[in-house]
Every structure is written in C-alpha cells, then in structure tokens.
Design a protein around this ligand. Sequence first.
Ligand SMILES: [Zn+2]
Length: 284
Amino acid sequence: MLVALGAAGMCVPCTSVIVARRRAVPSRAVEARQDDSVNDEQLKSLRDEWPAALADAGFDVQQVRLYPFEGEQSDDGNRAYYFTPGQDVHYDVNFPDEKGGQIEDANKHRDRHRLAVWVDSSTPVLGARLRHELEHARQVEAHGNHLFDLNDLVLGVLWVKLEGLKGSGQLYNAIPLEVDANAAAARFAWQRYGEDVVRDLADPASAAGVKDGVLFRSLTPPGPLESLPLRMLAFLYQFADLCQLFAERRRRPFDDLLEEAWPGMARAWAALVAVELGNREAAN
Ligand SMILES: [Zn+2]
C-alpha cells in the first residue's frame, strides 16, 4: 500500500492526512455482531473478503485476529496495521478503541497475529489490504519477530534521509518486505476481482490508483520467502552511507545495531563490504 516510514509492523499512508476522530467499530473482532456504526455494505464486504484473504495466505481464522475500525484511515492517516505476536497494543489514534474491548482482546490474544484495518474502502481495495497485512504475518511465521526488528532498523536508516518529507512512501514501498506484501495483495486481487479491476486500480490516473494503487502493481507473486532477510540486507546496503550516519547518531557501531536486529547479519554485511573493496583493488 501507499506507505511511509513508521513504526514496526505498521503500514502508514505516504501522506498523513489528519481527519476528524471517528468512532471505533465496537465489535471485538470481525465475527462479532453487526453494529449500527458500520454500514451494512462495509461489514458484508469485510466478512466476505476476510475468509478469502486468510485462505489465500494459508491461515485459519484462529491464527489471526482482525480489528476493524470505521472510516478510511486513522487520525494519523493509517489504513491498516499489523502487530507481531507478543507485541503490546496500546490505545492511540492508530488503535482508537474508544468504546473499549478491542485493546483488551488484542492483548489477551497477544500470542497471535493481529491486524487493524479501516474498513471504508471499495471491496477490492479492502481485500487487497487485508491480504497485504496477512503477508506480513506469513513473513513472521517464516522468520519470527526478528524480521520486524530488521525492518525497524531499515526504517530508522531511511528516516535519516526522509524524515518529515511527504511522498517518502515510494522508497518505503521498495523495502522487500513491502514489495512482497504488495505482490501478495496484487496476486490475490487479480485472482479474486479480475484483471480489468486490478489494472484500473493500479492506474495512478485515477484517484483510487493514486491512493491505493501500490496494492495492485505486481505481475509476479512475492519473492522467495526464505530469501527475504537477505533481500532486506541487500536493500539496506544501498544506503550504507546512511547506515553510518544512523549509527553515529545512536553512538553505536552499525555492526552492533545490525547484529542486534538480526544475529549473524553483521558478518554478511562485512562480506558485502569486502566484495566492494575487492572490486576496487581489481580495477587498479
Ligand atoms: Zn506493509
């Protein structure tokens, strides 16, 4: 999706638009009863798309909790969140549990994957968004929460370059973790809603394409899940200069930060550095 730098596990729209606070959908989870605060069409769409997205991602309904919120996005402009197992969920504008129940439920089920989604979207956008977030759950199933520790580091490094700049979502969406989630969303949408719908939604000539088109722009499935950490490292290496700046600001060697995020990765980083030095020597 269109996203910008944010905290771990969160998908943040590239332009944060402050909107009036809306009430949270009071249902504790998607299987809860319908309530007047969500119109019929929204909830029907969610109930149809959620099982389909779960099945496509290979999860059953017991493995992932979904927390729907009313409106297009949070007060911070977020349209969906993924919470890793074990992560605490706190009240804030991005989990606006104003009527109570959802935060309690999310923390009670902290051992599971949990998603928050703002439901006021067209059915294909909502379905693709759910599938995007579920791909993050698949990534964590494969690699554990360390993957989002590594993502935190990537975001911190990119933040050196982009902090506060609107439109930074373009680079965010090049992070392999997001490229794969968007590819999963696009493939799901292609199969479920058809090629014409997907091509239309991918087109930035339309308002929908500008807003959510990144969910639909992939002709290929996600890259190999097993290579995702290495692809994250390769992505990070493009910004080796920023890595040093980031480390200086933290007053710690970058190797330490990398090793902390992903044990063993500092050695792979050193190998990349050695390759670059080797090539320079060979050229002389
Ligand atoms: Zn994402």
